[in-house]
Design a protein around this ligand. Structure first.
Ligand code: ACO
Length: 427
């Protein structure tokens, strides 16, 4: 018998198995807690709860480590491509040359949308937020691709996974095109996944669009940095939706809805707005003072993280990428200087040191995305596009797990106890 955690309640002692993963904290297996004690655990926000077993992504927040299938985010973002990382997350191993070519060809072949979906877009108001369109259109995919919604069939699961990864750039670019009143641009399968997305977003039928290789590589890297991040809120949403047997298109639409919130996918937009508001380096001390003032609700956006308490390794890669993109596009954005000086001042300030607050992935991403030409409303859409691969991989892992059950948390009820109904004329 392995290690056991001892727990006393109601005068009785109970023991629960302690399970070890390959790395990271052990977990106490409390699945029999209710049966043995009649008690639930209470953990709003899941700060101490492992909701599943997973072999996809590992984070060590104290050390600033992020691994996908064991490979560090630094190496993947420097040396790999988003297609390769997608294959890795889905299949567990890096692809060989032929496997990568085959996977990229498969994804490329699925980039077009059913033509009737274009008319679906026209039902939205022109000023609709592109995330609203994403939620609607991705959910609607289940109405168009019935032939891949049988979740008990591994072939269906594979096809729907490929479809989701492949169609997301087309759906995202069309959401943008619709909002600016330009014609939809169809995919060009001779381009890379990311080059194709850039052309569908910024190209117009009247002119030939040249993909800038530096921008293409930078955006591909941003996609890698956002590909997966363990059991975060939107991923947990996808798993919970999927645990009932819902089809994958509906589950990913649920993930997109969760990602939309400002505490999750919306933070890069908030970080860029904050940097613009600060405007010039001389104003930085004032904003740092505000962030430290307990009576002021202002926080440094793009700073701090629930899990990372040392540094966010994605932010380091992102900072380097900003320089490359601004230089390649010959953009002299004074906001970047504000960001660099703000980071420097905050990292030397006792308040931020003591609370272990460091820039997160969102601190620099807004600067790059706006330099490339994306409006702020598209920032979360790009996050959703990239995270789709993580959602899909996590969903597949869950469905393939023989121990999988419907997700159904319990509660600490604090409402009224049973009481008699009083007819309206007696109240
Ligand atoms: N600026 C100033 N103070 C901060 C900041 C910040 N950005 N973040 C945390 N703190 C302070 C809090 O006031 C708190 O102080 P206290 O202990 O004196 O009360 C302490 O640091 C701990 O903060 P919590 O909010 O309890 O930490 P938690 O882990 O719950 O929150 C979060 C993490 C939500 C990311 C927080 O740091 C934050 O609001 N950051 C700004 C928003 C942001 O950038 N979000 C993006 C996250 S990354 C992502 O989703 C991809």
């Amino acid at each position: 018998m392995g290690n056991q955690a001892k727990f006393s309640a109601g005068g009785n002692d109970h023991e629960f198995p302690i399970l070890s993963g390959s790395v990271g904290p052990d977990v106490v297996d409390i699945r029999k807690l209710y049966a043995q004690t009649g008690m639930f655990t209470y953990d709003p926000g899941f700060t101490s709860t492992a909701s599943c077993e997973s072999a996809l992504t590992y984070i060590d927040g104290d050390e600033g480590v992020l691994l996908h299938r064991g490979y560090s985010i630094e190496q993947l973002s420097e040396e790999s491509s988003f297609m390769e990382v997608s294959y890795l997350l889905l299949n567990g191993e890096l692809p060989g040359k032929a496997e990568l070519e085959d996977f990229s060809r498969t994804i490329t072949r699925h980039t077009m949308l059913h033509e009737q979906l274009a008319t679906f877009y026209r039902g939205f108001r022109r000023d609709a937020h592109p995330m609203a369109i994403m939620c609607g259109v991705v959910g609607a995919l289940s109405a168009f691709y019935h032939d891949s919604t049988d979740i008990s069939d591994p072939v269906h699961r594979k096809i729907s996974s490929h479809r989701l990864i492949a169609k997301m750039p087309t759906i995202a670019a069309m959401a943008y095109k619709y909002s600016v009143g330009q014609p939809f641009v169809y995919p060009d399968n001779s381009l890379s996944y990311t080059g194709n997305f850039l052309r569908m977003t910024f190209g117009v039928p009247a002119e030939k669009y040249e993909v800038n290789p530096v921008v293409e590589q930078a955006l591909d890297r941003i996609f890698i940095l956002h590909a997966d991040h363990e059991q975060n809120a939107s991923t947990s949403t996808v798993r919970l939706a999927g645990s009932s047997g819902a089809n994958p298109f509906a589950c990913i639409a649920a993930g997109i809805a969760c990602l939309w919130g400002p505490a999750h996918g919306g933070a890069n937009e908030a970080a860029l707005n904050m940097l613009k508001e600060i405007g010039t380096p001389d104003k930085i001390p004032h904003y740092i003072d505000r962030a430290k003032d307990k009576n002021d609700p202002f926080r440094l956006m793009g700073f701090g993280h629930r899990v990372y308490k040392n540094y966010d390794p994605r932010a380091t890669v992102m900072q380097k990428t900003v320089r490359e993109v601004l230089t390649a596009l010959k953009v002299n954005d004074p906001i970047f200087e504000v960001a660099l000086q703000l980071e420097d001042m905050a990292l030397n300030d006792p308040y931020f040191i003591e609370k272990k607050l460091f820039p997160n992935v969102d601190f620099y991403s807004g600067i790059i995305l706006s330099a490339i030409g994306f409006p702020t409303t598209m920032f979360t859409v790009l996050f959703a596009l990239a995270r789709t691969v993580g959602w899909v991989a996590q969903w597949n892992e869950m469905i393939s797990d023989p121990g999988q059950k419907i997700g159904r948390p319990r509660q600490l009820y604090t409402g009224p106890t049973a009481r008699d109904y009083i007819p309206l004329d007696k109240r």
